[in-house]
Design a protein around this ligand. Structure first.
Ligand code: TRP
Length: 447
């Protein structure tokens, strides 16, 4: 067993957690979920979900992580509830499944960076997407993406993850601001902003039941909740840091990055009159890439956009690999390099089917989003709110100047509001899985 590292600075922790949170979820799925769910109507519900459900749920993982200073599986034993290790383990399992297809999408991004330089997707983005998204190219770029991820994780917390994310996050923000400024000069800007920012309440009322679970699922995914990742990261945290302050900073920065991505994507799509949100999983890679091919200066715009996407994807994938790696390194006598490589190879293998078929990738994504993720968050909520509530109340207040009322409110929120919200999400999520499987008729959903 090796000596446990801690973050060199509190800012190092925040950067790494933001790195985990900021990813394909912000720049790829957020704008396209917004696009396919009515624009500003979705944005509104999403923001509520992030702050009312996501933020308090993040505190749950922090409490378990810092309360135990252990990896997510051993954490529960350390706290005296060995049976609950199942919850942590399920989170780690979810990380492995997620990384498997996340890395495939990361591989697509690599192909698009190359394609921006050669102009390969400018004429016909759909054909290009077909060629790089499923098949030998995709298996190869998936391997490349995993290799980079393994390389960073092998260096450990301080030399690998902290150093990498400290460069990546500022780079992502600066580049996105630049692209958004460019977007403002496009012809489609006004129409894009209108769609993005001015909610259609009629649409919202009519589609409430489908918007809510998508927004809650997206909030969890984008904040990396339900994966035990925040448990793992908070376990490296010092005793007297304020969990709500750190969590607040992470949530705010993560939300800003997603909002910025919308300020890039909508003007670009409206500039060429593309339908926002059409095209499912491939959307960013077909409609957006197609738009880059058509607008003046689009090739540079596209290149920068896909570089940002790669940085964001990597800052998340290292965190997804870190969770299982930290568990094995804590418990078995292998070096970090060996473990990162072994697990990385396993993840690569698990992802191969999704590199061969975008339909399979859609399935992995749907199972994670609709089932695994809400189940894990629900288990955490029951544990933190009901099972280990003394410890939770104690731990949330540590290092803060907030009064006891804050801890009590949070605890009741975790006990009641979060489980109810997730219960609802889960029912709707399972329904949508059954529809995907052809077991239920689409019309059954949401009455
Ligand atoms: N939050 C990441 C994103 O928005 C994706 C993600 C989900 C993630 N769960 C995670 C990243 C766990 C790291 C660890 O793209």
């Amino acid at each position: 067993m090796s000596e446990r590292e801690t973050w060199t600075t509190r800012v190092g922790f925040i950067f790494a957690a933001v790195g985990s949170a900021v990813g394909l979820g912000n720049i790829w799925s957020f704008p396209f979920q917004t696009g396919s769910n009515g624009g500003a109507a979705f944005l509104l519900i999403y923001l509520l979900a992030v702050f009312l459900i996501g933020f308090p749920a993040m505190m749950m993982e922090f409490v378990i992580g810092r309360g135990s200073s252990m990896n997510p599986i051993s954490a529960f034993e350390k706290l005296g509830y060995g049976n609950w290790s199942v919850a942590g383990a399920l989170g780690v399992f979810t990380s492995i499944v997620t990384l498997a297809f996340y890395s495939v999408v990361g591989g697509w991004v690599i192909s698009y960076i190359a394609g921006s330089l050669t102009g390969a997707y400018f004429g016909d983005a759909g054909t290009f997407f077909g060629a790089v998204s499923a098949g030998p190219t995709s298996v190869l770029t998936h391997a490349l993406f995993m290799a980079i991820t393994i390389g960073i994780v092998a260096f450990g917390i301080q030399n690998g993850i902290e150093k990498a994310t400290k460069v990546m996050i500022p780079a992502i923000i600066v580049l996105l601001v630049g692209l958004a400024a460019w977007g403002a000069t496009l012809d489609g800007a006004a129409a894009g902003y209108e769609y993005y920012l001015s909610p259609d309440f009629g649409y919202l009322a009519a589609n409430f039941a489908s918007i809510v679970p998508s927004a809650v699922g997206q909030a969890f995914f984008t904040l990396s909740l339900g994966f035990s990742v925040m448990v793992a990261y908070a376990s490296y945290l010092g005793r007297d840091d304020s969990l709500p302050a750190d969590g607040g900073a992470i949530v705010v920065v993560n939300t800003l990055v997603a909002l910025l991505a919308g300020f890039v994507v909508f003007p670009v799509l409206f500039a060429i009159g593309a339908e926002p949100g059409s095209g499912g999983l491939g959307a960013a890679f077909v409609s957006l890439a197609g738009a880059f091919g058509q607008i003046p200066g689009g090739s540079i715009l596209g290149f920068v956009f896909f570089i940002i996407l790669l940085l964001a994807a990597l800052s998340s994938s290292i965190s997804l690999l870190e969770t299982p790696t930290s568990y094995v390194v804590d418990n078995y006598d292998y070096s970090r390099k060996q473990v990162a490589t072994g697990l990385g190879a396993l993840v690569w293998a698990v992802g191969i089917p999704t590199a061969l078929s975008t339909n399979t990738l859609g399935w992995y994504n749907a199972v994670v989003f609709n089932l695994l993720l809400p189940v894990v968050v629900l288990l955490f909520a029951v544990f933190v709110g009901w099972v280990a509530s003394d410890l939770s109340a104690d731990e949330i207040g540590r290092g803060t100047t907030l009064d006891a009322g804050f801890a009590t409110t949070w605890l009741w929120w975790v006990r009641i509001v979060i489980p109810v919200a997730i219960g609802l999400t889960l029912v709707l999520g399972i329904q949508s899985l059954l529809i995907r499987a052809g077991v239920l008729e689409a019309a059954v959903i949401l009455g």
